[in-house]
Design a protein around this ligand. Sequence first.
Ligand SMILES: Cc1cc2nc3c(=O)[nH]c(=O)nc-3n(C[C@H](O)[C@H](O)[C@H](O)COP(=O)(O)OP(=O)(O)OC[C@H]3O[C@@H](n4cnc5c(N)ncnc54)[C@H](O)[C@@H]3O)c2cc1C
Length: 384
Amino acid sequence: MGIEIENSHKYNSILMQKILIIGGGIAGLTCAHLLTRNGWEVEIWDKLSHSSPTLIINDVTRYLLQDIWQLETDFWYDFHLLTSRRVAWGNDGGVLSMAEPNAVINGNLLSNRLWTHLLEKYHDQVQFQELSLSIDNLGDLQHEFAWIIDAGGRQSAIAQKLGSGHRYAFGDRCILSQEVQLTNFAQEDIYWIETVPEGWLFLAPLGNKKAILQAMVPLILGETSDLLAILIKQTRYIQNYIAELSASIAIFAAFPQILRPLSGNKHLAVGDAAFSVDPISGDGTGYAMRGAILATSVIDAIASGLTSSDCLQHYTLRLEKAFDAHLQQCLEYYLKGFTSSLWQREIERMQKARKLWNPTKNENFTHTLKDFQLVKLEKSGKIA
Ligand SMILES: Cc1cc2nc3c(=O)[nH]c(=O)nc-3n(C[C@H](O)[C@H](O)[C@H](O)COP(=O)(O)OP(=O)(O)OC[C@H]3O[C@@H](n4cnc5c(N)ncnc54)[C@H](O)[C@@H]3O)c2cc1C
């Protein structure tokens, strides 16, 4: 069942106030969709030179996407579906098998489809410019727009510059990604995660005997193709499913990062620009969408009279708690999975950066989301 969302008229007073969104990935587009639905005008600037990784989207995130965007179920008709995963993690030799439905999606294709959907519904409230905003050109933008949303992904420095902030990095690790041809042993609805001494590998079928292979390593030593070949050879299971490697290998930075501060009086960082997670979570898209829901509810709440500093503080607290739980999960996985000196160094970097970052821990939430609207809580924890 879809989430019922009131197409509220109470924001009519804010109609015509424009919000600038930097970045047309999942975070930026979801912000644009939610804001236009509530009466805001938005302008999206994107440099359109972005190559997104292949995304595995779990069912929780898929249904969230479907509900928020009110997508028909046939939206997914040509995406490959996976039914379960096999995990061989650490040295105990066992393979954990679990049912876990997922859709495999090309990130750029997903953004294109959502963009088309946005234009079909709200073309009179959305403007798009193919433009790469440089931090040297922020100039008077804050006077021109009611808000600036930085949804420019993990390398964006817009919100960082606007808030004179700092981006905390939790390690150095990166992902090598390559398309492969599968052998006849591979089942095309099962994906694999497997550790070897120097990293973990992830193999997700794409349909038609193809798959995406990703390998996480703490450091790239030597030629990437040699390194990948060594890692594959060390696997007990994954190597049996790979018939052939394709030509090109893409490299992605994959260590978690978070910005501080995450917002200012007239700007917010959303999605990977706010924080980006280690792909081990398998849910970067879900984090980006939930961040977009919260960010837009904060903007709406402030416009409807809630105290700006309280709403922004709630935004920070929510995001920092979610990110810290993710770091904790990464540490548990990596401590269990790896003993090599390179991984020990990577784990120490994560631990040190976490201490330095020092998230707000014991504060209680003062607000909550009710039907996508941010509402204040009383001291008792009830909605005010
Ligand atoms: C290797 C790897 C594998 C991953 N696998 C998965 C997965 O399987 N499942 C999953 O859910 N998540 C996965 N993720 C995470 C997921 O890709 C991200 O969390 C998600 O795409 C974040 O969306 P976003 O909109 O915040 O940023 P992005 O998708 O990065 O979009 C940012 C947009 O901003 C634009 N932009 C940037 N700077 C500027 C500028 N200055 N001016 C104008 N435009 C600008 C870019 O062109 C881009 O379109 C993976 C990430 C990596 C690195």
